[in-house]
Design a protein around this ligand. Structure first.
Ligand SMILES: O=C(O)CCC(=O)C(=O)O
Ligand SMILES: [Fe+2]
Length: 294
């Protein structure tokens, strides 16, 4: 099956025909990655002169930004440099939200804007505190402290590498196959554990059963060295000055190399999908014959 669908959009925002908008939405819901090879997020010469992996605090992978509070975290830069980085991330966040809302008008009312990140650290050779945090291994996105409560994870990326270096990803099996393989290996949660994690702030909100299973699938995929080696996979290169997006809870992926990428996260309630039955939550409920929303 073709995994990537290319669209010619080249401006922020891009005007879309009704057919293109429908194509974007349906391709995403069918588990495809959307590629925008003509969409370039422009970096100014002043910003580019500051590009360095040293911009990130040593214990972190990225600089993160919250558009709703305008707060930036994880940036290690002097007082004259920090505002320039802040403005650049802010500009990316604003433009990418507008772009995504424009090409996905059906989702617009329901999309929840998540975090933005700037990723100036080279992926190849980067140290990871544990295999669970190692994104060079194939995985479906799921985060231990941030349950989505079944909402979809939609992520938009821009490669802004000024040295003409591509971002190299691997795409793995569709989530349905991943779930069939790994769900039987995941145990049910220990009684009361999810409430305790919520009460003590280990999770930012209550983990519903779906979050529990997704997180453990994420961990088990990364832990399984045979799977990592032998599962169907293909290498994909995202050229500099291009963008792409996918439901990363549905498209299994790994990043192999590259430096200087922006990312904008969104959450989408499954009822806002054209076909909610194509969500990992509904599919998982079918497999387990169980309500996973509790
Ligand atoms: O940084 C990237 O290119 C993607 C890493 C990844 O897997 C993620 O952010 O979920
Ligand atoms: Fe990921």
């Amino acid at each position: 099956m073709k995994r990537i669908k290319t669209f010619p959009f080249s401006s922020w925002p891009s005007s879309t025909t009704t057919d293109e908008a429908k194509d974007c939405m349906q391709s995403l819901e069918n588990g495809m990655l959307l590629s925008f090879p003509s969409l370039n997020f422009q970096i100014t010469p002043e910003e580019q002169a500051l590009f360095s992996s040293n911009l990130v605090k040593s214990n972190r992978k990225n600089i993160s930004f919250d558009l709703t509070t305008d707060k930036m975290k994880g940036c290690e830069a002097s007082q004259d440099i920090e505002p320039i980085i802040h403005k650049m991330i802010q500009r990316f966040a604003g433009l990418s939200v507008e772009f995504v809302e424009n090409i996905l008008p059906h989702y617009k009312e329901h999309l929840i804007t998540g975090r933005t990140s700037f990723r100036p650290v080279e992926i190849k050779g980067r140290e990871n505190p544990s295999y669970k945090k190692n994104d060079t291994l194939l995985h479906l996105d799921s985060f231990p402290s941030r349950p989505t409560k079944g909402k979809r994870l939609l992520r938009f990326f821009a490669n802004v590498n000024p040295f003409e270096i591509p971002r190299i990803w691997k795409l793995g099996e569709p989530s349905k196959q991943v779930m069939k393989k790994f769900l039987p290996k995941v145990k049910s949660p220990i009684l009361g554990s999810r409430s305790l994690m919520n009460r003590f702030g280990i999770t930012k909100s209550y983990r519903i059963l779906y979050d529990h299973y997704m997180l453990h699938i994420h961990d088990k995929m990364k832990q399984d060295t045979d799977y990592q080696k032998n599962a169907a996979q293909e290498i994909v290169e995202f050229a500099p000055h291009t963008c792409w997006m996918a439901f990363t809870d549905q498209v299994s992926h790994a990043v192999l190399s590259g430096q200087y990428v922006f990312e904008q996260s969104f959450y989408l309630p499954i009822d806002a999908q054209e076909s909610p039955e194509k969500s990992p939550l509904v599919y998982m409920e079918k497999l387990l014959q169980k309500n996973l929303r509790t």
